[in-house]
Write a protein that binds this ligand. Structure first.
Ligand code: ASP
Length: 341
């Protein structure tokens, strides 16, 4: 082979290896940049049935999207996880689609008793209220319990009196009424009369709900907030998991969790705190810990939860028919779902 021919072969081989290398590099999946902020919201596990008309489903999806957008914009602007959780839960409380604040379910007496809690991961500061009847946004009262008292949980008349002292917005109990929730109460009470079970379960679609938000902000701080009207037809004075720190709500330096479903089950298994325990003591990942609780500890139909860990990983498992939920992060994620993916 002449010098010129050898040169040509070498040059072509070199060119080919460059092409091959470039092809390999471009086919290798790019690692996403680390998450700067992340959040998840839920509007409860007591969802619409699967044969609900699409325009009704869209209404719920739009309502979730509005709350998720607010949280996304505020975290992107650098707000703290705690402020964002409170603000997002307030939006969901004011939205009649969800069982918290306006649109809360009725208890057996045809009234509303609302529960809420909030927790700041870095400090373990937390506040909660139970059985409040005239506070428009219970999550904000919970935050005031956290910041203005040395207590964690205020209930009933004491919480109402504290609301007066703090000048928070009040409304008559009927402000929370909606026709849809009234219908569900009637169905639950008729079912109880038919079966003769005074405390019978409230399994009708929409008989429970709850709203919640968990967030990790740009500084790596975690927070969680949850608010609920409880379960339709609940006994007067019944308190669920939502204001019980470690059961329905939790945030520390590892993970933030907000739960929804049959509150008694979440209290029995200390669900929200068990997730951080599994992650810290058993070195489980967020996905492993949340799956263990929702799929193995709880029973089918009990509900679900949303969680975010210190790295910004998100998880939203449930064992009910569906769970209203939305997930967003600084890498462009923005998803709204109701049923299984
Ligand atoms: N967990 C709430 C409660 O038991 C209800 C719900 O999540 O829908 O009060």
């Amino acid at each position: 082979m002449s010098f010129h021919a050898r040169h040509c072969v070498r040059a072509s081989a070199l060119f080919l290896s460059f092409v091959l290398l470039a092809a390999c590099a471009s086919s290798r999946p790019m690692k996403p940049p680390p998450v700067q902020w992340a959040l998840a919201i839920h509007g409860g596990a007591g969802v619409l049935s699967r044969n609900t008309p699409p325009e009704k489903v869209k209404e719920f999806e739009d309502a979730l999207a509005r709350a998720l957008q607010l949280g996304r914009d505020r975290l992107a602007a650098g707000d703290s996880a705690l402020d964002v959780c409170e603000a997002v839960v307030r939006v969901l409380e004011d939205d009649p689609h969800f069982n918290a604040g306006k649109g809360a379910v009725f208890n057996e007496k045809g009234e509303h008793e609302l529960d809420a809690s909030i927790m700041d991961g870095p400090t373990l500061q937390c506040g909660a209220v139970a059985g409040v009847r005239t506070v428009k946004n219970p999550v904000s009262l919970a935050r005031l319990v956290m910041t203005k008292t040395k207590h964690v949980l205020l209930m009933g008349d004491g919480a109402e009196q504290f609301a007066t002292l703090q000048n928070v917005e009040r409304v008559p109990n009927t402000h929370f009424d909606t026709e849809h929730r009234r219908q569900i109460l009637d169905e639950v009470l008729q079912e109880r009369a038919r079966t003769g079970r005074a405390d019978g379960p409230a399994q009708q679609a929409g008989a429970y709900g709850t709203v919640g938000c968990v967030a990790r902000d740009r500084d790596g701080r975690l927070a969680a907030a949850t608010s609920t009207g409880g379960m339709t037809g609940k006994r007067f004075g019944r308190v669920g998991d939502t204001p019980v720190i470690g059961a329905g709500n939790w945030a520390d330096g590892t993970v933030a969790v907000s739960c929804t479903g049959t509150g008694e089950q979440f209290i029995r298994h200390a669900v929200a705190h068990s997730i951080t325990a599994r992650m810290q003591l058993a070195r489980e990942t967020l996905a492993q810990a949340t799956d263990a609780l929702v799929r193995r500890t709880l029973q089918e139909g009990d509900g679900g939860l949303i969680a975010v860990d210190k790295h910004g990983n998100l998880s939203a498992p449930f064992n009910s028919e569906g769970m209203y939920r939305g997930l967003a992060d600084s890498n462009g994620r923005f998803t709204i779902r109701i049923f299984e993916d």
